[in-house]
Design a protein around this ligand. Structure first.
Ligand code: IMP
Ligand code: MG
Length: 193
């Protein structure tokens, strides 16, 4: 069992279940790409922990590259616009590309990435996400590999952050509203200040 951080209201998925699911995804990807090598593209920074675990569960020749994108705006809401902060180091033309992302939420980030990377003529392009929140989708996009389908809650840990914090928690936990809406949940105490 995982020890719970005080800012976490509940543990959604403990670390042992995350690890078991990553091994299953790795085995499935290994089977699906049995005759091909892959190029993993990890999306910084949220997918770093997932990618590090997943790539060691895939028994195929592979390379890994990184991209950083920003969906304008901080906190728990996304504004919709996406821009590239760091592009790939290498050309992906002719490669079997697998995008690795932490969470598929509104879908805006992955739709942008998919369209952008398809223009570079990869031999194939698939998407692997650790968490999927289908209730939140604003554009039509699906991942080819999904670790866990989760409810509409703001989740941190296993690479996912809130204002860059909590990425190092070994489990996926629901962030306490007290952390991102202190005025609403503090009640009288806050109003008296
Ligand atoms: P999108 O809304 O699908 O474009 O997701 C954009 C980004 O929002 C993801 O890559 C995450 O970095 C972040 N995000 C979405 N949902 C969560 C969450 O529950 N916890 C932490 N980050 C999230
Ligand atoms: Mg983030």
């Amino acid at each position: 069992m995982n020890k719970m951080h005080p800012d976490i209201s509940r543990i959604l998925i403990p670390s042992d279940r995350l690890a078991a699911r990553v091994r299953e995804l790795g085995a499935q990807i290994t089977a699906d790409y049995h005759d091909r090598s892959l190029c993993l593209i990890a999306i910084l920074r949220g997918a770093v922990i997932f990618t590090a675990d997943l790539m060691r569960s895939i028994d195929r020749p592979m390379t890994v590259d990184f991209m950083a994108v920003s969906s304008y705006g901080a906190g728990t809401v996304t504004s919709g616009a996406v821009r590239i902060l760091k592009d790939l180091n290498a050309d992906i033309a002719g490669l079997h590309v697998l995008i690795v992302e932490d969470v598929l939420d509104t879908g805006l980030t992955l739709r942008y990435l998919k369209e952008n990377l398809l223009q570079r003529d990869p031999a194939s392009l698939r998407i692997c996400v650790m968490f999927d929140k289908p209730e939140r989708r604003r554009v039509d996009i699906k991942a080819d590999y999904v670790g866990f389908t989760i409810p509409d809650a703001f989740v941190v840990g296993y690479g996912l952050d809130y204002n860059e914090r909590y990425r190092n928690l070994p489990y996926a936990g629901v962030l306490s509203p007290r952390v991102y809406a202190p005025m609403e949940s503090a009640g009288d105490e806050a109003r008296h200040k």
